[in-house]
Design a protein around this ligand. Sequence first.
Ligand SMILES: [Zn+2]
Length: 168
Amino acid sequence: MSKKERNKMYYLKNRDKLIQKTKEWKELNPERKKINARNYYYRHYEKIKVKRIRDRLKKNLYMKRYLEKNRARINKYKALYYNKKHFGLLKYEILDKNNWTCKICNMTNRKHLIRFDKNITIHHIDGNGRYSENPNNSPDNLEVLCLSCHAKEDWKRIKMHKTSQALG
Ligand SMILES: [Zn+2]
C-alpha cells in the first residue's frame, strides 16, 4: 500500500474527528486560516480560473437556450412594456387612426421600412416624451411622423427652447 493510499484510509477512518480538529484549529488561528486560504488560491489559481470560466459559459448557454425557447413570449411582453412606458398603451390606436402614414410628408410605413429598416414612429407634440419627467401620453399629444420629419420637429423645438432661454 502506497503512502497516499494509507493517508486516504486514515482520513476516511477518522473523518469526523479530523474535521472537528480542523474546525477548532481554524477558530484558534484566524490569521493562519486567511494565509492558508490565500495560498490555496494561488496554488490552484489555474484550476479556479478554468472552473469560473466554465461556470460562466454554462450560465450563458443556459440563458441563451432560455431566451431562444421563450423569445416570442419575451418579445410580446417587451412590446407591451414599451408601449405602456412610451405611449400609455396608445401606440397601435394612434398608428391605425393615422393609417401608419407620416402627417407631414405622407410617407407610408412600407416605404419607411425600406428606407430606415424600422417601423414608422410616434411623435410627442409638446415634447414631453420618454425622456421627460412628466410624459404626456394623451391622444391629442401624439402624432405619426417618419424618422426624418420626427428629427426635424425635435430639432425645431430644441432650437426654440434655447432661444427662449437666451431671451430669458
Ligand atoms: Zn415625414
